[in-house]
Design a protein around this ligand. Structure first.
Ligand SMILES: C[S@@+](CC[C@H](N)C(=O)[O-])C[C@H]1O[C@@H](n2cnc3c(N)ncnc32)[C@H](O)[C@@H]1O
Length: 222
């Protein structure tokens, strides 16, 4: 069954939303206390990383460490990633997305990233050849994501086992110390891949009149 269409035009801007520049960027979703964001931005000074975390205390911890380390190419954002992405990002602006150890949502599988209609919107923001790194310690989460990539999203990916010595995030360290198997999917957007949001400009970049027109005439769901 095709996934229903994400209602992007209904997303309200996050509180205190500020537009970002339209340059190519990397985006981490659910960055926690920012361990990976700080490492990645330090190791890749030529890349700009936006690290989004919706839990205030965790985002504050990331912000504090960022002030100490001072990476000029890192921007921590306290927000829900979905409305922030809809309001901030241009089509094909993103070089890499990172979703590392997302909440497994055991009681609400529809809320897992690849099960949500929002995932189509996320794909529209990714540039051709861009990647999404999805890591988890839950084998079933990875297996379900693989199935969705094949049957629904029709995207190429590789599956990797994460080395026991890896220490990119606080959750990764915890799971590997417990001896759990951690895996990741590296998903690539191929040339010619189309989504229903490829022409959807960020909501904050549109005039009020355009937004009203969009709300009045949403695209038909398939
Ligand atoms: C299990 S934690 C993993 C944190 C970090 N990536 C790590 O591996 O240590 C998942 C994180 O995703 C955040 N999160 C979940 N949904 C989110 C959303 N829609 N927008 C922003 N952050 C989200 C949660 O607040 C939580 O901090």
């Amino acid at each position: 069954m095709p996934i229903r269409q994400f209602q992007a035009q209904r997303m309200h801007a996050p509180r205190d939303f500020q537009m970002i520049s339209p340059d190519p960027i990397c985006v981490e979703i659910g960055a926690g206390k920012g361990k990976h964001a700080l490492l990645f931005s330090g190791q890749n000074p030529e890349k700009k990383l936006v690290a989004i975390e919706r839990t205030r205390e965790k985002c504050l911890a990331m912000h504090k460490q960022h002030v100490l380390e001072g990476q000029a190419n890192l921007q921590p954002i306290h927000a829900d990633a979905m409305p922030w992405i809809v309001h901030a990002l241009n089509p094909a602006q993103v070089q890499q997305f990172f979703i590392l150890y997302p909440n497994p949502e055991p009681h609400n599988p529809a809320q897992r990233w690849l099960n949500m209609p929002f995932f189509e919107f996320l794909l529209s923001r990714l540039q051709v050849g861009g990647t999404i790194t999805l890591a988890s310690n839950i084998a079933e989460y990875i297996a379900e994501a693989e199935q969705k990539l094949i049957e629904v999203w029709k995207l190429p990916f590789v599956k990797e086992v994460i080395a026991e010595t890896s220490a990119r995030t606080h959750f990764e360290i915890k799971y590997l110390q417990r001896g759990e198997l951690c895996q990741q999917l590296i998903i690539t957007k191929p040339e010619g891949y189309r989504t229903r949001f490829d022409d959807f400009m960020p909501l904050q970049g549109q005039s009020a009149a355009q937004q009203i027109a969009l709300t009045a005439a949403p695209e038909k769901a398939e």
